[in-house]
Design a protein around this ligand. Structure first.
Ligand code: THU
Length: 143
């Protein structure tokens, strides 16, 4: 019998991202993206890209998933999976790497996925090395 306390399996993140991708609003790029993250509590939050006729006003899927987590009162990403169109793994864009970092640790795993499954796992530190994050800002403010 599965342990109710166990974190959601990777397949649950993949399924949530897949479902979110199905709701993407991507009439300009025709590139739907879904993301799903597991927070510290074990809850799953998903998001899709939401494009806009004023192109720079669009949102990435990871951004939408992070906003859902924060809106629910949580602040820690335990793992995040992002899923693009096609088989090739989708790696988060630069701006989203920075947004994920805000709520992650250097060891947080990011699953860069394609249609066939969870794909390639990389740590936050691998995706955004030598990063500027909250810890560095706090050090500056103290001095
Ligand atoms: N996109 C994401 O949602 N996440 C990424 O990490 C990469 C790009 C979206 C933004 C835009 O709606 C579409 O993919 C094409 O760039």
């Amino acid at each position: 019998m599965p342990n109710a306390e166990a974190p959601a399996p990777l397949s649950a993140l993949f399924e949530a991202a897949l479902k979110a991708r199905g709701h993407a609003h991507a009439p300009y790029s025709h590139f739907p993206v879904g993301a799903a993250l597991r927070s510290a509590s074990g809850a799953i939050f998903a998001g899709c890209n939401v494009e806009n006729a004023a192109y720079p006003s669009g949102l990435c899927a990871e951004t939408a998933a992070i906003a859902a987590m924060v809106c629910a009162g949580e602040r820690e990403i335990a793992a995040l999976l992002v899923l693009g169109d096609g088989d090739e793994p989708l790696t988060p864009c630069g701006a989203c790497r920075q947004r994920i970092l805000e709520f992650a640790t250097p060891d947080t795993l990011i699953y860069c996925s394609g249609a066939s499954g969870p794909g390639v796992a990389r740590t936050m530190d691998e995706l955004l090395p030598f990063a500027f994050g909250p810890a560095r800002l706090a050090k500056g403010a103290a001095s």
